[in-house]
Design a protein around this ligand. Sequence first.
Ligand SMILES: [Zn+2]
Ligand SMILES: [Zn+2]
Length: 170
Amino acid sequence: MTIDLSSLLRGDVDRIDLDCAIAPDRAPDGIRLLPGASLKGTVTDLAGYVRLESTVSVPYEGECSRCLAKVRGELVFSFDRTLVAPGVIDEGELEENAENYLIINGGAIDPDSAVSESVLVEFPMVLLCSPDCPGLCPHCGKKLEKEGRCDCFVPETDPRWAKLKEIKWD
Ligand SMILES: [Zn+2]
Ligand SMILES: [Zn+2]
């Protein structure tokens, strides 16, 4: 997705509002990115440098790492960059602080690949269907109740106690 900044770079405007579709193409293992990712924010000319401040939303689908249920969610994070023309920033500085800059090429920026990098960084390490997901029963593999119990698990009755149960206490 290319975002044209020529009106701002010419000085016609000092701010461009963005609300555009983006297509990040990298996701952590086991995660599928769904269509509909967006970048919303502004590009502002701050007398001397150009700043992009935006919020990225990426819908995704994955599996709960405890119970394997399908989880759908939306990853939302801030995506802020100083926009620079090629050659303005020293190569070394650019490499060390890649997360601070985005290069303007031919009067435009193309944030897709930088956004893809951020998706990998911002993604939660462990995906859960709910923060207190109890996971699966180790005996039968069914999803556990909230208290971590399962119907399949009946404690074995000691035969001696079973005899006791037959006694009538009246
Ligand atoms: Zn779960
Ligand atoms: Zn069970």
